[in-house]
Write a new protein. Sequence first.
Length: 390
Amino acid sequence: MTFWERLKVWISEGSLMLAALFAIVSALAFYKLPVWLGERFGEVSAEQLAFFLKNPIKGADPAVQASFIDSLIKEPLIIASIAVLPAIIVFIILHIFRLDRTNEEIARQIPAPNPLKGAALALLFLTASAEAVFPFMNKGKESVIFYNPKPSENVLADPRFLIAHAGGAINGAVYTNSRESIENSINSGFKIIELDLDKTSDGEIAALHDWDYFRGITKNEKNGKAMPQADFLAQKIYGKYSPLNVAAINDFFEKNADTVLVTDKIKDFNALLKNFKFTKRLIVEVFSYSDYDKALEAGIIYPALNLNSIGKAEIDRILKKKIKMVTISDVFLEQNREEILCLHRKGITVMLYAPTKVINNPEYLKSVLGKTVSLAYVDFCSPKNPECRR
């Protein structure tokens, strides 16, 4: 056999690996393209996506070109190479030990091409590789599902934009974090409910704003001390509403499988993951970059960074760390409107909280929801009460 014939044999025998390598690179590149576009340019239309597929870096500045090459060429190529590396090593070793074969032996051992078998094996290999790679690629990015770029005609009637604050108001009472309040919120059309969480004196998670506030609304002496869980559950909020412990919260959110819980204050992320059974529907507010990292490392899928606690909206740092959810106050929004607008346009979920008089003003909410923020914590407003009547 001539050199070119022998080379043709090698290519034939190695075609499956080459196909797998190309398929993995292509899949990762196409998977990462909208992610890369969103991070660089914010919300991306179908026309923009089509343009970049035709002209990936045409007219781009050097920084964009470098980012494109790193994200959509280098990284997929490295991951794909690692995925097929064992097969490549085996392929090389086999040829090293079979170099003494005659041309006739090589020709006899070349199997007849079977495209269907090759395609099936390539698909199987690609699927196995993707299963291993995609969860890693997705880490910290899933929270984009809460990003609401465009408000509906009546944004206050759209449950995607509203969070029932501290369980939601009930009969004019706010901050109850009670069983009755979350049940009322469901009946009012909410899909996202916030509960303040703290721990009892015996280390159990309980729903309350803080212990002195809870003692005040249950007619107990304010001394700043936590109660044991048994005493906590024995209380009646405003004489008629029931406190929530972990068992009650789990029961509620398992019965309402399309409902999301937002919470804060507790830094024991492992305790949250251990106690709650619906961790894929759990947003946890954190108050520092380090806590954001710790939450992700612990397994919290949706951490939300409070920017008030940091004191400024550090756009570059937020984008570099791929932070997808932040919380801010109305005052912070006014002081950093341009930065928040930039984050919103970059596809980051911005959650807004404010004093009762502000956050229950329908005109104010309509002016910001879907325009500079994605979600707002509300008391009296609800999808079934868009006029925010008390």
